[in-house]
Design a protein around this ligand. Structure first.
Ligand code: PLP
Length: 392
């Protein structure tokens, strides 16, 4: 055997996630591992909870990171709230609504689907109609920022509809947290989950979640046990909970939590609203360059996400070859289209630490060089100056 240490290439990550990890975060991760019941560690956990409440804009006590990626946060939200025989309305306008359906059905519940085209937001009227047609729905679930398309849905309006029909509201905020306006308490969201690797500039592997008082009442008065032992919040709270004796539940991913702590300190120092504004501003800069080149956005401006840009591919261009040349020649990763958009768009992420000027200039200049070399019908020599002008 002659396998040696793994040294990954240094890439610029401008896909749908993971995004660039800030060096302060990787630095925090390299600090010494301590016991997960060490009082010093427990103190840090409390700070993580407080900073997550800030990031989510909530006073919810049950606001913690699940020790696994965003999909586990999704499972935690549905599995704790749904029981066998329950009905849930699930909105699908991209990949992740489809994943929600899978999870709902595995809980033994029925998923009533409300579908919208890929690239469009969830239509509140369709949700209202679904509630009218289906009495007794327990919860409404939707994706706030659909990473597979770049469309943002109106979480506040959808939440109001659900509460009007006495249902709980469950939101996927994996790509929105830290990147676009999100107000859990003001918008009356009952259960929400996110991920560490999108707009928080952190490494993958943790899923911040938050549950309202109303959601906790539903969880504590369940007739059946939560089918997952690991994700059962009643048990997890023995370790993470307020006033809990901090009993062993599972070994927390100690160094990963140092990383999340550091990324949340950075978010707090920048200011949440400043972070939202930075994501919007940089989107406008990238957009100016791409449009000058002749590429266009597939999502309407009114509900376009700043952190995930779905753009068209010039006629006759092999989109996969462009991505592999960007990766091999420029160490730049951008995303491919998924599902209904496969082969039709690139997804350029401007999330967290990736949302900064030098990344935009690298993306525009390398994309222009590759497309030009491949004979694409684009405007050359104008993207960088258009982007620079948009920075003012
Ligand atoms: C990335 C993502 C997920 C899944 O998160 P993982 O960390 O990959 O499990 C779920 N929902 C949305 C909207 C996402 O962008």
């Amino acid at each position: 055997m002659s396998i040696t240490s793994f040294n990954p290439p240094v890439r610029t990550l401008m896909g749908p996630g993971p995004s660039d990890v800030h060096p302060r975060v990787t630095g925090a991760m390299a600090r010494p591992c301590i016991g997960h019941l060490d009082p010093a560690f427990v103190g840090m956990m409390d700070e993580v909870k407080t900073m997550l409440q800030y990031a989510f804009q909530t006073k919810n006590q049950l606001t913690i990171p699940v020790s696994a990626p965003g999909s586990a946060g999704m499972e935690a939200a549905f599995q704790n709230l749904l029981e066998h025989g329950d009905k849930a309305i699930v909105c699908q306008n991209g990949v992740f609504g489809g994943r929600m359906k899978e999870v709902v059905e595995r809980c033994g519940a029925t998923a009533i689907m409300v579908e919208d085209d890929w690239g469009k937001p969830v239509d509140p009227q369709k949700v209202e109609d679904a509630f009218k047609a289906n009495p007794g729905v327990k919860l409404l679930a939707f994706v706030h920022a659909e990473t597979s398309t770049g469309a943002r849905s109106d979480a506040e309006a959808l939440s109001a509809i659900a509460h009007h029909h006495d249902a709980l509201v469950l939101v996927d905020a994996v790509t929105s947290l830290g990147g676009s306006e999100l107000r859990v308490d003001d918008w009356n969201i009952d259960a929400i989950y996110s991920g560490s690797q999108k707009c928080l500039s952190c490494t993958p592997g943790l899923s911040p979640v938050s549950f309202s008082e109303r959601a906790i009442e539903v969880i504590t008065s369940r007739k059946s046990r939560v089918q997952s032992w690991f994700l059962d919040t009643n048990l997890v709270m023995g370790y993470w909970g307020p006033n809990a004796k901090r009993a062993y539940h599972h070994t927390a991913p100690v160094n990963a939590l140092y990383a999340l702590h550091e990324s949340l300190v950075m978010l707090q120092d920048e200011g949440l609203e400043n972070s939202w504004a930075r994501h919007s501003k940089n989107h406008m800069v990238l957009r100016a360059g791409l449009e000058a080149m002749g590429l266009s956005f597939i999502v309407d401006e009114d509900y376009r996400l700043p952190q995930l840009n779905s753009v068209t591919i010039p006629d006759g261009i092999d989109e996969a070859e462009v991505r592999s040349r960007l990766l091999n020649e420029f160490n730049l990763e951008i995303g491919a289209g998924l599902g209904a958009l496969a082969g039709k768009v690139w997804r350029i992420g401007l999330m967290g630490h990736s949302s900064r000027a030098e990344n935009i200039f690298l993306c525009l200049s390398s994309l222009e060089a590759v497309l030009n070399e491949m004979g694409a019908n684009i405007e050359t020599g104008v993207a960088l100056s258009a982007a620079k002008a948009a920075m003012k």
